[in-house]
Design a protein around this ligand. Sequence first.
Ligand SMILES: Nc1nc2c(c(=O)[nH]1)N[C@H]1C(S)=C(S)[C@@H](COP(=O)(O)OP(=O)(O)OC[C@H]3O[C@@H](n4cnc5c(=O)[nH]c(N)nc54)[C@H](O)[C@@H]3O)O[C@H]1N2
Ligand SMILES: Nc1nc2c(c(=O)[nH]1)N[C@H]1C(S)=C(S)[C@@H](COP(=O)(O)OP(=O)(O)OC[C@H]3O[C@@H](n4cnc5c(=O)[nH]c(N)nc54)[C@H](O)[C@@H]3O)O[C@H]1N2
Ligand SMILES: [Mo]
Length: 760
Amino acid sequence: MGDEGPDTRHYDGPAGGWGSLRGIGHVFARELATPAIVETLARQNKAKGFMCSSCAWGKPAHPHVFEFCENGAKSTIWELTRDRCTPAFFAEHTVTELRGWQDYDLEMQGRLTQPLRYDAATDKYVACDWNEAFGSIGRELNRLDPKSTIFYASGKASLEASYLYALFARFYGHNNLPDSSNMCHETTSVALKKVIGSPVGTCVLDDFDYCDAIFYFGQNPGSNSPRFLHPLQDAVKRGCKIVTFNPVREKGLEHFVNPQNPIEMLTGHGTALSYMYLQVRPGGDIAALMGLCKHVFATDKQRLANGQPGIIDRAFIAEHTHDFETFAQAALAADWGEIERVSGLTRNELERAADVYSEAERTIGIYGMGLTQHVHGSQSIGLLVNLMLLKGNIGRAGAGVSPVRGHSNVQGQRTVGISEKPELVPLDKLAAQFDFEPPRDKGRTTVDACQGILDGSIRAFFSLGGNFVRAIPERDAMEAAWGKLDLTVSIAIKLNRTHLIPGRSAYILPCLARSEQDMQAGGPQSVTIEDSFSHIHGSVGKRSPASPHLLSELAIVAGLAKATLPPHPKWHWDDWAADYSVVRDLIAETYPDEFYDFNARIFEPGGFYRGNSARDRIWKTESGKAEFTSPTVLSALGIGDAPGRFHLLTMRSNDQFNTTIYGFSDRLRGIEGLRSVLLINPADMAREGLREGDTVGLVTDAGDDVHREVTGLTVTPFDLPDGCIGGYYPEMNPLIPLWLHDEASKTPASKGVPVRLIRP
Ligand SMILES: Nc1nc2c(c(=O)[nH]1)N[C@H]1C(S)=C(S)[C@@H](COP(=O)(O)OP(=O)(O)OC[C@H]3O[C@@H](n4cnc5c(=O)[nH]c(N)nc54)[C@H](O)[C@@H]3O)O[C@H]1N2
Ligand SMILES: Nc1nc2c(c(=O)[nH]1)N[C@H]1C(S)=C(S)[C@@H](COP(=O)(O)OP(=O)(O)OC[C@H]3O[C@@H](n4cnc5c(=O)[nH]c(N)nc54)[C@H](O)[C@@H]3O)O[C@H]1N2
Ligand SMILES: [Mo]
């Protein structure tokens, strides 16, 4: 697969359209999909149906006939594959041998079927039974200092399983509960909390029916949240203007043919989405936003001078915000020359974009990893909020700031207590509810966990889903340190690279997937998840489990906890695992304002809204108002330009979900058959004396003395700003220094890695 030659024909088709149907068809054929898969897809993202396990995009109250996208379908088909990765497979292959396999080939073995224990003598995983696994893991945990263990979660497990996982950690004695969010939207959780007092976006799905403009930063809906293309298309048809800031010309933001519209499918005529598409340099968003604000101030001043009404919403600013004047001064002082240099955009482009903002009555600011994964990412988010605040665009219909979240329940896991930040968790409430003394000290983020693994202070690692070793920065050093852990436990549905670096004692615990029926002592169970818009949805799995030996994630967490912790009159693990509605009652007791009547509301069409204070213009910030912040830098990159240095942005293809590689077709970018590519613009290629198809490598150019490299990359011309290189995540992760992360949240700076080219 991966050794096929590159085929980087330009893809002229739109996002969606026949290409997306063919994209599903490939996976469908390969997986020998059954009528059961078709039935499951028809129930996807609908009330009383099953909630897609791909992205966290909202689920409308009035869904389409097929409320799923190309990538949601791939994700479901990937879960429901007929292939099985059984103990017989592990008997044939040593772990050392499997470490040489590609991610794609590992997951292609299919669903894990039985609990597995690592046997060091034979270097193989062998089947074990659940009691044996729980018992020995419990004994290991009782030998360890709780503070030397990490309980990671990857953003997919349900609210119920996540709530119990966090309880287990705290009953055991630590707050080391990092989440995939720490590599993703933690910048959001920290920056939005600081400036608007709410750690999540303020929009709901309906806002897209009313907005006049969307300012769209660093998020790729065509691949990563394709159902978003429908509301975007509807908005554009109403006259809403989308202004996009992205170094890459992403197809999904340019042109969309709706696969659910027969006329568009037959004619190929869809909708051009972006009114302006601005190819900002990586990390150039602070500068771009500064330029936008600067021009809004200038236009406002001009209009006032002409006796016209101003643009800036002064009443809102006076009543609801803090530190406006400081920011107004900073914007005035910002230099257009610097703004143009750092953003890579012209003053004229930014002024035209700012005019769109000034003219729109209601604007939504959207963003994704293009803002969050930078050293000064939290400052970019602060400035986007400033832009919104200038016209009172937070806390009214059709307006707001809207981060597009990743994993299907990543936001929800934080909501119900998976957090390393004890101040975000109602610990007193939990103490009273469960009669114990919770740990009060700060837990470890993903980066802190990695540091602990490198320095030996962390001894055990649990993962509730995910593929941690593959997703984190500094891969070479991390893989070497990982094997020295005393205990590694992965709750998973398919085999991945992380499982192949076993600790001294290691277990893989296979679980049910969300689409599968979850039968417990109390009958068939449903679970819940929270989408990007803070709406909570019930999800019912109906498919037969991939193996009779699988347990639900919740049952596994309860089994581990019961085997580790002493009996306690208020800890009813068996009852909780028997009936998840009991767990929902516990959640409602801990978070009554958001989850009251939880069980009665889980199947409301469109989900139930747990509310957002900033949307109601209640600002839970230090000053009690929304905060204008003034940036300390204009570039979000931690390490600036230098001769020979490129800024690497790590990207997702249209044919992957994070570390799960569905195939080798990045259709929307016209890159076929190969992931080991180095994308670079033709002018930079000429300057470097490179030709298409050359093989080169990259080394990190971060000024420390660690050598980090990735080799064997095929040079591929691509439309990118000067001085910028594109490559795929996770293949590029060995290049990212662990210390290169957002200053406030420690989110790794995966979109701004300083690198140099090396020739073989
Ligand atoms: N099919 C599929 N769906 C997914 C995922 C997947 O892997 N596959 N992953 C899920 C997860 S966990 C997440 S977090 C989301 C991620 O979804 P996104 O937030 O869309 O993440 P990326 O694709 O990594 O990058 C987003 C965009 O940022 C742009 N960009 C890079 N650097 C900059 C910059 O400096 N400034 C600006 N303005 N733009 C920049 C890139 O060109 C890219 O278009 O998607 C979720 N959904
Ligand atoms: N360079 C670079 N690095 C990045 C990023 C980037 O843009 N660039 N993005 C970052 C982001 S946004 C994220 S969110 C992280 C992702 O990091 P993770 O969340 O840790 O990784 P995933 O690839 O989503 O995890 C895939 C594995 O999850 C398991 N799994 C799938 N479904 C289930 C389930 O239902 N239950 C259980 N228990 N297990 C399941 C499968 O075994 C599968 O192999 O990576 C981060 N790393
Ligand atoms: Mo993510």
